[in-house]
Write a protein that binds this ligand. Structure first.
Ligand code: AMP
Ligand code: FE
Ligand code: FE
Ligand code: ZN
Length: 315
């Protein structure tokens, strides 16, 4: 299989059928001294690999520092931390907090927050519970329209205690042989504009920034320009979030084209925000490869020094 990093995903998937993209063959290699990737997912949310396996893959990919940032949960931290120590890499506990404003989804990375902070923990719990009921509603709508899917099949794809999301519906469709891979399911039925789409509870992004800071975490907005044209996070919102305590912007990300990188780099400079880059690895669930975008050691040091809720894990 030939995979072109940075290409649009549907075409790149065309060469192989099945649930998965080939994770190992395509592992990015970067031999710089400190290779730092601050955005990955495991089976604690919608990644396809257990937290320990994500760490193993990270070590194999030559990463020195890796964050696990599952959606709305810290469930994978303990396993990932232990694995990272055994592998001799540095583990950064993180969360990708789902936020929404006027029905639009915005993702906020939170590094080193205290997972026991009552307000943060309550917000995450509320989002996870809402995600569960909304997943059933999406499936009901799809099934009512004749799409061969059941709630049982979908829940069979969700690990115990994990944050449920549309990728798990996609996985059930792949398992049933209805589609070839997640991307096809999103292109066909699961997109944000789909008639089957149902949203879930998520805090406003400004409030989420305040909560993450209150929990001793370091808030960095994830892929702000990954939306389709015209639906990107507005500069005004970045300013509002910055006033509330936003620390940085994930500028270097597969979903950002050159224009996005240029614009976000400029606004990050104007607002005095840290600039990060990450893979947003989801195992075989997406084409994103570990280390395909990285964060500088200087920026990582700044994140670590601002974080007080939970420590970076070093062996
Ligand atoms: P949800 O959390 O249920 O709103 O689903 C959104 C998640 O689906 C994102 O976090 C992505 O990881 C994943 N996702 C979105 N689009 C795609 C796609 N085209 N292929 C695979 N995964 C996707
Ligand atoms: Fe995801
Ligand atoms: Fe995201
Ligand atoms: Zn992510």
């Amino acid at each position: 299989m030939v995979l072109v990093i940075g290409s649009s995903s549907t075409l790149s998937y065309a060469a192989h059928a099945g649930k998965v993209a080939c994770p190992l063959e395509e592992t990015a290699r970067n031999y710089d001294r400190h290779v730092i990737d601050l955005h990955t997912h495991s089976t604690a949310s919608d990644g396809t690999e257990e937290p320990a396996l994500v760490m193993e893959r990270a070590a194999q990919a030559g990463l020195d520092v890796v964050a696990l940032t599952d959606h709305d949960t810290t469930l994978g931290w303990a396993e990932a931390g232990e694995a990272a120590v055994a592998l001799g890499i540095v583990f950064v506990p993180g969360i990708e907090v789902s936020c929404a404003r006027r029905g639009r989804s915005i993702h906020l990375l939170a590094y080193l927050p205290d997972p026991a902070h009552p307000v943060l923990a309550a917000e995450l719990e509320r989002a996870r519970v809402s995600r569960d009921t909304r997943l059933d509603r999406i499936v009901e709508r799809m099934a009512a329209d004749g799409i061969p899917i059941t709630a049982e099949a979908v829940w069979a794809e969700v690990s115990e205690g994990a944050t449920a999301g549309r990728p798990h519906i996609a996985d059930a469709l792949v398992t049933a042989g209805v589609v070839q891979h997640r991307d096809e399911a999103f292109a066909t039925w699961l997109g944000n504009d789909s008639p089957y789409y149902v949203g879930h509870y998520a805090p406003d992004p400004v409030r989420a920034v305040e909560i993450v800071r209150a929990a001793g975490g370091v808030p960095v907005i994830a892929h702000p320009w990954s939306g389709t044209r015209g639906r990107v996070v507005a500069d005004r919102l970045l300013e509002e979030m910055t006033a509330a305590g936003l620390a940085g912007v994930e500028v270097h990300h597969r979903d950002h084209d050159e224009d996005a990188v240029r614009h976000l780099t400029r606004i990050a400079h104007e607002l005095d925000l840290l600039v990060t880059g990450s893979s947003d690895y989801h195992g075989a669930g997406k084409l994103n490869r570990l280390g395909e975008h990285t964060t500088s050691a200087v920026v990582f040091d700044a994140i670590e020094s601002q974080g007080s809720g939970t420590p970076v894990v070093r062996g």
